[in-house]
Design a binder for this molecule. Structure first.
Ligand SMILES: [Zn+2]
Length: 479
């Protein structure tokens, strides 16, 4: 079995995964801030994390993954106050939408999905630990982390802390601080806005403290893997390290994994450029969930992903090829017996797939292994070299791949219906399709090609792909 190597941002090297607890990998994932719908760039990171956890589980490892929902920050508090609703009421619909979007992309639910507002006491006690160690100071009712007390600050992002000039804003907090590098752990209440009454005074938590508090609560002082988008490296993850290691004195995270940015047609995604997409925007334009999932996972996570109309088309075709292949394997009549060469070919594909993922989740290599197999087996089938008894092994292998890829089952229409997005055309029921195909066969038999062509056109127009095979049978599927 190939050793699992992952790129650790801390050391800037590939390292062998060696979990703290044998057989179990503990992962913390920075989740979304739930004041709006998550965008497609966010989902690139979440798809990468899904591939990671599915791959680890395929290796028989237990996964304990915690993802936070940031349901308190300055924007949320201000927006909720402006709308005259509670924070919980304000964030509820975005949390529901996010979880539904995850389901639509076949993202497995982490073992714990936790809200910041349910963990205020945990954050308060972590701040108290830092206070007891003299790593904080108070100013105007807020509490700050004194970075000068944590000499290792900057070790993740390799930022030159000493060279950071006063006046350079590294955090968005607009509060009085002793040193511009310091960041807020706890913020004084603002008039008219929500606050919590706690042992450290009234107020609300800073953003960074929630991840430290929740990660350590569920996963222990030292966790195996912490994931997030590359833009979180500094200051967010740097601050998480300062808080956690400042309090415990232990290494907080063994491996930091960061996903690169997604750009759209070569440009940075932004609302002002008009190229800002949520998942639902793309579905409304006719894209399928499986297309988006394929495209997001097809580029290895440490490479920038250029999201283009062409790449969407290619992704859609690729999913189509896999699904058609499965239909062929399951429905075509192959010659009896088995071909030992096929067994060897399938085994090679399994090993190549695993080797790709074990090499820092190189999904491009893993997918190449799958598509090479599909091509070779299709060729063997055309030559009648693929035998009946080769099919079960092949199906099992494809399903093994799909435990990670999650795209072989054609449930796009159902997923969209669940989101309240209807497919453009009413879809023909399977029985109707079968009846039309039978009628077309009959027309062909009596050499009424005009009628058989008509039916074929009708099926095509209804989004049905019809394929006449060499053995005379007809395969069909939904486009
Ligand atoms: Zn975080």
């Amino acid at each position: 079995m190939n050793e699992i190597r992952l790129h650790n941002t801390m050391t800037n090297r590939l390292e062998v995964l060696e979990p703290v607890h044998k057989g179990e990998v503990r992962i913390y994932t920075c989740g979304p801030t739930v004041y709006d719908f998550a965008h497609i760039g966010n989902f690139r990171t979440f798809v990468f994390q899904d591939v990671l956890r599915r791959f680890l589980r395929s290796r028989g490892l237990r996964v304990m993954q915690v993802m936070n929902l940031t349901d308190v920050d300055d924007r949320i508090i201000a927006n909720a106050a402006a709308a005259g609703v509670s924070i919980r009421d304000y964030t509820e619909k975005y949390i529901e939408a996010f979880l539904a979007d995850m389901n639509t992309l076949h993202l497995e639910m982490p073992e714990e999905v936790v809200r910041a507002t349910d963990h205020i006491p945990d954050m308060v006690s972590l701040i108290e630990r830092l206070q007891a160690k003299g790593m904080t100071y108070a100013s105007d009712g807020s509490i700050y982390y004194r970075i000068a007390k944590f000499p290792a600050y900057g070790k993740l992002s390799k930022i030159d802390v000493a060279g950071m000039k006063s006046g350079v804003r590294v955090d968005t907090d607009r509060y009085e601080k002793d040193d511009v590098r310091d960041f807020a752990l706890w913020k004084a209440p603002k008039p008219g806005e929500h606050f919590w009454k706690t042992e450290i005074g009234p107020g609300r938590p800073g953003w960074h403290i929630e991840c430290s508090a929740m990660a350590m609560k569920y996963l222990g002082d030292t966790i195996d893997i912490h994931t997030g988008g590359v833009d979180l490296t500094f200051p967010h993850h740097e601050n998480e390290i300062a808080q956690s290691e400042g309090a415990t004195g232990h290494t907080f995270v063994r491996m930091w994994l960061h996903a690169e940015h997604l750009i759209i047609e070569g440009e940075k995604m932004s609302k002002s450029l008009g190229n800002f997409f949520t998942l639902r925007d793309l579905f409304a334009k006719g894209q399928k969930p499986s297309t988006i999932r394929f495209l997001l996972l097809s580029v290895p996570y440490r490479r920038q992903l250029n999201f283009t109309a062409d790449s969407l088309k290619q992704a859609e075709n690729s999913v189509e090829r896999l699904r058609n292949f499965m239909v062929r394997v399951k429905t075509e009549q192959f010659p009896a017996g088995s071909n030992p060469e096929m067994g060897k070919r399938v085994e090679k594909a399994e090993n190549d797939f695993d080797a790709g993922l074990a090499d820092d989740l190189n999904t491009a290599v893993a997918l190449a292994a799958v598509f090479d197999l599909v091509r070779d087996v299709n060729t063997a089938m055309d030559r009648r070299e693929f035998r009946q008894q080769d099919a079960p092994r092949l199906v099992a292998t494809m399903e093994k791949f799909d435990a990670i890829l999650a795209m072989l089952v054609d449930d796009d229409a159902e997923k969209l219906r669940n989101l309240g997005i209807a497919p453009e055309k009413p879809r023909l029921e399977a029985a109707e399709v079968e009846a039309l195909i039978e009628e077309r066969n009959a027309a062909k038999k009596r050499r009424d090609f005009k009628r058989s062509d008509q039916i074929r056109q009708q099926l095509t127009d209804s989004g049905i792909i019809v394929e006449d095979t060499k053995d005379g049978s007809v395969r069909w599927k939904y486009k």
